[in-house]
Ligand binder design. Structure first.
Ligand SMILES: C[S@@+](CC[C@H](N)C(=O)[O-])C[C@H]1O[C@@H](n2cnc3c(N)ncnc32)[C@H](O)[C@@H]1O
Length: 306
């Protein structure tokens, strides 16, 4: 697969967002550009595609891949910064918008970024290293034990959050945690061996929790969901692929909240009653798709909202 990242739920996303010639599209999480290339093809030379990513390294990869398409604007931005993304679209509303959350395989496979425990790397995990925000290592060093336990539980759904937080606190009294493999080994040693998850590494959930905290992922998603209906054209579609129940719940509730009725604002109509999940075959071919859930909604035409 081109660029080493296989786009998740690609056909299902295209069916729900139905990009058509001449339309204006937003890929808020461009990554390696797997979904974006298909949007660019379908909207054609009269369409316009805005591609955002908060990771400059990913944006550079996607820019090269999308260079054959003239009507693509690459923007280094958080997807919640919808004002900037609309500006890049010449203030035209979006006919379609996608978020494919989480990490790209390319980010995971670069040990220098600190996203993965498989190879030794610094405990960084910032998507935008220029953002100046705290790294995973700084959070592990500075947060109180209770705060760490809450973070592992809330963002990682980690049952052994307290034990792991205790192990981190004990360890940092002796020497700071410096690398991804040190953290992974510490987490594994804090969970009783017979309780290790069967299908994932014992440190997966803690790494996920730290990544979500470092990049304020829940805040960005909540802000995007709140604002996006007002940035869609009537009939415009929005889709979100999430990998975590906390994210999926936010999406589900946001679409429900905007399902018309009093309260004003642009109204959405859900296009998926239940989340769309990958087929067994897709999961076999791309294990990263395992926990993916896709939901989509459409902005109602003005007369439909009453
Ligand atoms: C799973 S990858 C997207 C893969 C892409 N759909 C493809 O098929 O190649 C997620 C991407 O979104 C970016 N990202 C995550 N959260 C973001 C945010 N809040 N704002 C902008 N980009 C974000 C990540 O840096 C990463 O490159």
């Amino acid at each position: 697969m081109a660029q080493g990242h296989i786009p998740v739920l690609l056909q299902e996303t295209l069916t729900l967002l139905s990009p058509a010639p001449g339309e204006v599209f937003l890929d808020g999480t461009t990554g390696a550009g797997g979904h974006a290339v298909e949007f660019a093809r379908k909207i054609g030379p009269d369409g316009l595609l805005v591609c955002a990513d908060s990771d400059p390294a990913m944006l550079a990869v996607a820019a090269e891949r999308l260079s054959a398409f003239p009507r693509v604007r690459m923007v280094h931005a958080d997807f919640s910064d919808l004002g900037r993304l609309r500006e890049a679209a010449g203030w035209r509303p979006f006919d379609g918008a996608l978020l494919d959350l989480g990490v790209s395989s390319l980010q995971l496979s670069d040990p220098g970024r600190g996203f993965s425990f498989r190879e030794d790397g610094p405990l960084d995990m910032r998507r935008d290293p220029g953002s100046g925000g705290p790294t995973a290592g700084e959070i592990l060093r500075d947060a109180r034990e209770k705060e760490l336990a809450d973070l592992f539980y809330r963002y990682g759904e980690e049952r052994y959050s307290r034990r792991i937080a205790r192990a981190v606190a004990g360890r940092r009294r002796k020497a700071p945690l410096r690398s991804t493999t040190e953290l992974a080994a510490l987490v594994a040693s804090a969970i009783p061996r017979r309780r290790w998850p069967r299908d994932i590494h014992p440190a997966t959930r803690v790494f996920q929790a730290l990544r979500i905290a470092v990049n304020r992922e829940i805040d960005s998603l909540a802000a995007f969901l709140e604002a996006i209906p007002g940035h869609l054209s009537p009939g415009g579609r929005v889709a979100v692929i999430s990998f975590h129940s906390l994210e999926d719940r936010l999406v589900k509730e946001a679409f429900r909240r905007r399902a018309g009725g009093p309260g004003g604002g642009a109204a959405l109509e859900a296009l998926t009653r239940k989340p769309v999940v990958p087929s067994d075959r897709e999961v076999r071919e791309n294990p990263r798709a395992r926990s993916a859930k896709l939901r989509a909604a459409r902005r109602r035409e003005e007369e439909e909202s009453g």
